[in-house]
Each structure stands twice: as C-alpha cells, then as structure tokens.
Design a protein. Structure first.
Length: 304
C-alpha cells in the first residue's frame, strides 16, 4: 500500500532535520486514515478491557478500531476467543451489541449462526452445506495477563495465531484480583492524533487530577495508568478522521467502593479546553516528538 503524500512529507521533513509542518490532509483525509488503520492501529498489543468483562461462560463484548471490529467471547474459562466480527456470508457484523451473554453468535442480516468459538453452525437457507467444519470466523491472537485482555490485531487466521510476548512493565499481578469500579466512554470530534498526545501527556486526568505514578503503553492506542494499587485502562477508538472515542476503565482492589459522582467531570472540562486549542492551531499543535514516534511505524509499510 503506497502511503499518501501527506504522510511521506512528514518522513522527508524528519529525515531532513528541519521543521515538521503537516498539511491539513494528515488529519482530514480518508486515505491517511486508511493507511493508519492498516499499518499503525494493528500493531500489537491492544489492551481492550479487564478480565472481569468476561466473567461467565457466554459473555462477550465488541471492540472496534476504525472499520475493523473484534468480538471477544468466553466459551469457557480456558477458552476465550478474539474473533473478527464479520459474517462469512456477506461480511455483516455478527455482533452488533456492545456486550451481552449468549450460547451462540447470530448474524441478523441473513440468519447465519455460529458457536462461541466462531464455527458456523447454521447457514440459513443453505441446507446443502452439510460439512461446515471448515467454515469459521477468523481469529486474532489474544491473551489475558495480569487481569488485562490483550489482542494482537496484526494477523488473523482460521485458528488463532500464536500469542507473542507482551511487555507488562509495572502492571501488578494483583490487577487480576481487582474489580472495575467505573467505566466511561467519551466522544470527540478530533483526529485520533490530537487525542493520543493529549491523553498520553496528561495521564493524571484519569485519576481526576491526582498524581499518576506511571503508565504502561500497549500498542499505539491503549495504556494503563497506575497510582498505588489503583489503575485505569485508557483505550482509543478512532472511527473516522474527525471522530475518535475513548474509554476509561478504572480498576481497584475488590473492596474499593465505586467513586461518587460529585460535580462536573474534570475530563470533560479538559476536553473542552483542549478542543479550543485544537481549533486555534490545528496544524501546529503536535510537536516533533510525536512525529518521530509516528513516522517509523508507517515508514515500514512503504514499498522497498
């Protein structure tokens, strides 16, 4: 896939050692976003949630990245799958709900049903398909480490690819015994690049302004912020060039009470202020350090 000129220009400017001056297309153009989905967002690993989200057999939830969608489903305690959320018939989403519990997966478009491991069980109106064993939703590598559900979107296959190593840094093992005290999603009309720099440079926001001891990054779109025995998982969901959601999942020891909702949300106020900053200088907001992180990931996709 040939990179758009607006991305290649960033690499040329970095290699020349001069000022990095992006064009508006870097934040607005769909070809740029498509290149980022294909070559940047799929880099391992993505931390999608806490293991308590899949506490019982049949539990499932959906995680989206741009046009890609994954359904995480628990068949049994030792059989948890990360399936590409697309029906084998016409590519329609099998899992439209954000989460739920079921003994099967069902595509509403043409009525095809799947077992929880992605095997096709009932292709409606196709009775001639008697041997369905080779038909199954493709799988991504996934693993649960220290209570975090981690997915590798870089490869998909009929059988889950082997799970490679993951660097957990300071994430404590005790997170597996902890619980989710709150979960909140925010929506912005920003390009994901603005939101990534904003959250990565101010992780204390996830603790309502209290100090953050450390963050552990998982791929380009998620990190875990740590403060004492409390943690917060932050996951970006880029949907379009000008629309990015993010979710904050706060995790604490099991006996910790849920935080009280007192007054205005400091994150919403911070988003409002930063939105004004973006509007005032959209092409000058990101610093050189961001582009020096951004370019190497995408340059590997250039034809040699």
């Amino acid at each position: 896939m040939e990179l758009p000129d607006s991305i290649k220009a960033i690499g040329e400017q970095i290699e020349a050692g001069g000022t990095v001056a992006p064009t508006a297309e870097l934040f607005e153009a769909y070809p740029v976003f498509a290149a980022e989905v294909a070559h940047l967002f799929t880099r391992p690993w993505l931390a999608v949630d806490h293991m308590s989200r899949l506490a019982a057999d049949g539990d499932y939830f959906r995680a989206d990245i741009g046009s890609r969608s994954v359904v995480l489903v628990r068949e049994a305690a030792d059989r948890i799958h990360a399936l590409r959320n697309a029906c084998l018939h016409a590519g329609y989403r099998v899992c439209e709900e954000e989460s739920g519990r079921s003994d099967h997966l069902f595509c509403q478009y043409h009525g095809w049903s799947y077992a929880l491991d992605g095997r096709l069980t009932d292709p409606l109106l196709r009775p001639e398909m008697t041997d369905r064993s080779r038909f199954r939703m493709p799988q991504y590598a996934m693993q649960i480490r220290h209570g975090l559900i981690l997915v590798d979107l870089s490869a998909v296959a009929p059988e889950a690819p082997p799970a490679g190593p993951v660097e957990l840094g300071a994430v404590p093992e005790a997170l597996a015994e902890a619980g989710v005290t709150s979960r909140k999603r925010y929506s912005t009309t920003w390009n994901w690049k603005y939101l990534r720099q904003f959250l990565w440079t101010a992780p204390e926001l996830v603790f309502a302004g209290d100090d953050c001891d450390e963050i552990v990054e998982f791929g380009p779109l998620s990190f875990v912020a740590l403060r004492g025995d409390h943690a917060a998982l932050v996951r970006l969901t880029p949907r379009f060039p000008g629309h990015t959601d993010f979710e904050i999942v706060r995790i604490a020891p099991a006996d910790t009470p849920a935080p009280a909702a007192n007054g205005a949300d400091p994150i919403e106020e911070a988003l409002r202020r930063h939105g004004d900053t973006i509007a005032a200088a959209p092409l000058r907001l990101l610093d050189r350090r961001f582009y020096e992180w951004y370019w190497p990931h995408l340059s590997a996709a250039q034809p040699q």
